[in-house]
Write a protein that binds this ligand. Structure first.
Ligand SMILES: *Cc1c(COP(=O)(O)O)cnc(C)c1O
Length: 496
């Protein structure tokens, strides 16, 4: 049976194929594409436990992207998960202090966004070919730091594509910014905005929904698509690593077949944890989905009260990729727990737009029982990084630190001692200053690249290529614009 996709806001449930959904990114009505049903894994866990990362990815992707041929999918997978990753395992599991850290940062930009963004360009080009698209695809992306670089790296010099990335000028780490502004590739454009991530994301969404702009672009031979985590072409590849992690635990004898595990995910836009939710619904033995937030704890409040309320102060933290007040992918979960009800979902999203909040029904809340939400303050996160290092020598980044801290709270709250996988979403080298400052405040006065070398020494891990590269790379992008000028900047870059 083929899986098609519908918008979370379309009550008439008009279906499109996976490749069409990948090309469109966001639906015309502002909704997100969701599968018409969630497929069940059709190979045994034992079989999966003998497979490579690429083979597991195929078993997951083939179930969701049913209008792709086997050859097409295998070509996309093998082009993505290759020597761009610095380990053949692609996503290794590291045990430290009672939990398994699933290291999702071994790709070219050392953050978990690479897991999806190394394959998305291939899925998109394949989708364009399948649908006889003649226009160049313009990828428009808002980033809180990591998506931008991973998307730039994925799309740089990919024929038939352009990519424009907007980031909050004062809202990303120094290393994140340097990684982006040194990006090579004639088809790339990086723009700082005088605003925060939510404003960047809203600006991008407005361009996607602008019909007049769409016509103008089409006349000039362009069409927009999205590399943000709202694109199902990003979501689906993320399901694969949860399946892989379970398979790995099984092959190493850490779990018995069918034994349930918990998954802890440091969450911002709700893409990564939604992928875990889909994995669970495909039959992967996951019990609790632990949603970890930083001080921007809108999701913790949502899981506790059933009310989503973004009317609050926006806090800049040391885990900037989680500094988000509107978690876009939550809309998909809302749609599902409403019983795939687009009308109900639209009402709630309209309320979010006009009042900044909404409240789910008690029936919907009951369907959130597999989720546990909590948050970590900046201080608690720093303490967690330091304690884990002192105890085990293992150094985690600030986002993973939030997750690790929330896992400790979860255990204390619930006494749950199931085998647990913590999604480790960035290399500590990407947030060197904050990580080293947490381990010892004496490091705070040192230069960034001095700290990089110290981190390598302390953690006994080599400095990743992604960091070595930017030590000396030239700055190629220095555009900064007002939020109101984002659209004009895109047109200028495209020459229209
Ligand atoms: C993007 C990102 C997150 C948040 O992931 P979502 O899918 O947006 O919830 C967490 N940590 C890091 C390092 C990230 O780059």
């Amino acid at each position: 049976m083929g899986i098609n996709y519908v918008s979370t806001r379309d009550a008439s449930k008009q279906q499109i194929t996976a490749s069409q959904a990948i090309l469109k990114g966001l639906a015309d009505d502002g909704g997100l594409y969701v599968p018409t049903s969630i497929p069940t894994l059709d190979v045994s866990l034992e079989k999966l436990s003998e497979m490579t990362y690429q083979e597991v990815a195929y078993e997951v992707l083939k179930l969701f992207l049913t209008d792709f041929t086997e050859d097409e999918l295998k070509h996309c997978i093998n082009s993505a998960y290759d020597s761009k990753f610095d380990t053949e395992e692609i996503a290794p599991l590291v045990y430290a202090d009672g939990a398994y850290y699933l290291e999702l940062f071994h790709g070219s930009t050392i953050a978990f966004k690479d897991m999806a963004l190394s394959i998305l360009p291939h899925l998109m080009i394949t989708s364009a070919r399948k649908n006889n698209i003649k226009n160049d695809i313009v990828i428009l992306t808002a980033t809180s730091g990591d998506t931008g670089k991973a998307a730039l790296a994925g799309f740089a010099d990919v024929e038939g594509t352009r990519i424009v990335v907007f980031y909050p000028k004062n809202g990303v780490s120094a290393i994140q910014e340097r990684q982006m502004v040194t990006q090579k590739g004639a088809n790339t454009h990086v723009v700082g905005i005088k605003g925060n991530f939510d404003q960047a994301q809203t600006g991008v969404k407005q361009m996607f929904n602008d019909k007049a702009l769409e016509k103008e672009l089409d006349a000039a031979g362009f069409q927009f698509s999205s590399a943000n985590s709202i694109n199902i072409g990003r979501l689906v590849p993320q399901i694969a690593y949860y399946v892989y992690a379970y398979a790995k635990l099984l092959s190493e004898g850490k779990v018995q077949s069918g034994e349930t595990i918990n998954v802890v995910v440091p969450t911002g836009n709700f893409g990564n944890i939604l992928a875990a939710y889909y994995a669970k619904n495909m039959g992967l033995p996951i019990d609790k989905l632990v949603c970890a937030s930083n001080e921007n704890k809108v999701l913790y409040d949502f899981f506790t009260t059933g009310e989503y309320d973004k009317n609050r102060e926006f806090i800049l933290t040391n885990s900037p990729s989680m500094d988000i007040l509107i978690s876009s992918n939550l809309e998909r979960l809302i749609y599902h727990i409403a019983g795939d009800d687009a009308k109900k979902n639209s009402e709630l999203m309209e309320s979010l737009k006009t009042t900044g909040k909404y409240e789910i029904t008690s029936d919907m809340k009951a369907k959130l029982e597999s989720f546990y939400g909590n948050y970590a303050s900046e201080e608690e996160t720093g303490e967690t990084i330091k304690n884990l290092y002192n105890k085990t020598g293992y150094i985690i980044d600030t986002h993973t630190g939030v997750a690790s801290c929330v896992y400790n709270k979860f255990k204390a709250d619930t006494q749950d001692d199931k085998v647990t996988v913590i999604a480790s979403t960035a290399s500590p080298f990407k947030f060197t200053r904050a990580v080293m400052g947490a381990i010892d405040s004496a490091y705070e006065s040192e230069e960034d690249f001095v700290l990089v070398d110290k981190l390598s020494e302390l953690g006994k891990v080599a400095v990743p290529n992604a960091i070595e590269e930017i030590r000396s790379a030239e700055v190629r992008h220095d555009t900064v614009v007002e939020v109101a000028d984002m659209c004009a900047e895109v047109k200028r870059f495209l020459g229209i």
